[in-house]
Design a protein around this ligand. Structure first.
Ligand SMILES: Nc1ncnc2c1ncn2[C@@H]1O[C@H](COP(=O)(O)OP(=O)(O)OP(=O)(O)O)[C@@H](O)[C@H]1O
Length: 206
């Protein structure tokens, strides 16, 4: 499905990683670990086609991914450190505009069910600025649950989630893998789910 071949990344004068390869097939999950500054976010941004590697190649179903490759991007959901939501809009308004952007044709009952599963049904008309950090993260998870994209690239999405929120994310990932989606994620904590994952350790920050 996704293959990264011999990627190198420099930030400023620093070599963050080099000759890094990773392969992700349908139904597989990869956990990228490493200490602060080891390049986890840099790698995920390259895989999400938000940033460019200094060397190496990205292949999607064996097709080379180009710079700003909109065809490739339509196949993935990227969750970064900040949920990227509009603080002045309600939960529902945020979701509606994001799902439009994601080109998701949702059914009302699936939408309500996703809000319920994310613990946000009672907050649908509440502006984002009145939500906690964990609740904002859950808005992204609801969006993720309604998306129909095969590749999920999730950077530190456990941050701020309570145990119910972590359980919700674990269920979403398990269902996604069952449907032959693929997931690559980072976490500073051990994953709180029973999942078969491959590990990519970026080792010590250089
Ligand atoms: N905007 C930037 N300009 C220059 N260097 C940067 C920039 N952002 C990050 N870096 C450097 O790139 C390296 C990798 O950063 P990155 O955010 O990918 O690490 P990380 O493993 O995700 O860290 P963390 O665990 O703290 O989230 C770090 O050494 C950092 O100093």
């Amino acid at each position: 499905m996704l293959e990264a071949v011999s990627l190198s990344c420099r930030r400023g004068q620093r070599r963050v990683f080099s000759d890094l390869s990773v392969k992700l097939e349908a139904g597989q999950c990869c956990l990228v670990s490493g200490p602060n500054g080891s390049g986890k976010t840099s790698l995920l941004r390259i895989l999400a086609n938000i940033a460019q590697a200094d060397a190496g190649q990205l292949l999607w179903h064996e097709r080379p991914v180009q710079r700003n490759d909109s065809d490739y991007r339509r196949n993935l959901m990227y969750g970064g450190h900040a949920p990227g939501l509009n603080a002045n809009l309600s939960v529902q308004e945020n979701l509606d505009s994001l799902l439009l952007q994601d080109r998701v044709a949702w059914e009302r009952q699936d939408y309500d069910q996703a809000l319920r599963a994310g613990g946000l049904l009672a907050y649908r008309r509440v502006p984002l600025r009145q939500l906690s950090a964990g609740q904002r993260r859950r808005v992204f998870l609801v969006r993720l649950s309604l998306s129909n994209r095969p590749l999920w690239i999730l950077d530190e999405q456990l941050t701020a989630l309570d145990s119910a929120g972590q359980h919700f994310l674990g269920e979403l990932i398990a269902q996604h893998l069952q449907r032959q989606g693929a997931v690559i994620l980072t976490s500073h904590q051990a994953l709180p789910w029973k999942l078969d994952v491959q590990h990519l350790d970026l080792g010590s920050a250089c």
